[in-house]
Design a binder for this molecule. Structure first.
Ligand code: ADP
Ligand code: MG
Length: 239
């Protein structure tokens, strides 16, 4: 057992190892004359190396919370600190650069390009991020190996099962070696057997790589794989 990793994953009194610190996060959307309080005074601390499920019915604020943590969206008020950086106050440009370096995204709709092989789908993101050819090659092979797809490198998405396609999307999210993995309903389109194997893979990734992972999900299967479940209701944490 890797003792260092274990200690790191345990929050200390000063929470100096916290990956995410959120205070009084509120996000209000305007819809014509109306205001929607998507998030309503969220306080939350997440330690480095934790695998967290965010649950709650549709419209409870899961996606908005993930977007504020990953820098895709900005709080209306409150503080969002990720790895010590108060990203909520940053410009769009600065957040975009930060996201490319720090965050890997996995969505329900995978966004794989059908004309590209598994290898090319993973490599493309690194290419767009300006990674050198040699590094791209190494990182792509490593990510595909981590998700168990080495044998399928040359296959295009339509030649792969739903679970395998999800693994390509996971490899793509991992290839840039992010510190934070954000998954929004990643098992939403998968049958329960495939969902189990994808959740087990997430668990392995969080343990073996030093990443913190947040996953929005309806899936009760997720409870057995995560370190902690956060329940949202009407933009508040209720459990
Ligand atoms: P979940 O992911 O749990 O389904 P969301 O975070 O998507 O919840 O939405 C929370 C609330 O905010 C909902 O009432 C939703 O309609 C509203 N909302 C989300 N995004 C927007 C937006 N861009 N404009 C207006 N309202 C939004
Ligand atoms: Mg959502």
């Amino acid at each position: 057992m890797d003792v260092t990793r274990h200690l790191e994953a345990t929050p200390d009194a000063s929470t100096s190892t916290a990956a995410i610190e959120i205070q009084q996060l509120t996000r209000i959307y305007r819809r014509g004359q109306q205001q929607v309080r998507a998030l309503d005074g969220i306080d939350l601390t997440i330690a480095t190396g934790q695998f967290i499920a965010i649950k709650g019915r549709s419209g409870s604020g899961k996606t908005t919370l993930l977007n504020c943590i990953s820098g895709l969206d900005q709080p209306t008020s409150g503080v969002v600190r990720v790895f010590g950086d108060a990203i909520g106050t940053w410009s769009e440009g600065r957040r975009t650069t930060w996201r490319r370096e720090q965050v890997g995204f996995i969505f329900q709709s995978l966004g794989l390009l059908p004309v590209l092989s598994a290898y090319e789908n993973v490599e493309l993101v690194l290419r767009l991020n300006g990674v050198s050819a040699r590094e791209r090659h190494t990182a792509t092979l490593e990510a595909l190996e981590l998700v168990g797809l080495t044998k399928w490198n040359d296959h295009r998405p339509y030649e792969l099962s739903g679970g395998q396609q999800q693994r390509v999307a996971i490899a793509r999210a991992l290839a840039g070696r992010p510190r934070l993995l954000i998954a929004d309903e990643p098992t939403g389109n998968l049958d329960s057997k495939t969902a189990h194997s994808v959740l087990a893979l997430f668990r392995t990734i969080v343990r073996e790589r030093n990443v913190t992972m947040l996953m929005a999900t309806h899936d009760t299967l997720a409870d057995d794989y995560v370190d902690r479940v956060i329940d949202l209701s009407d933009g508040r944490i209720v459990g």
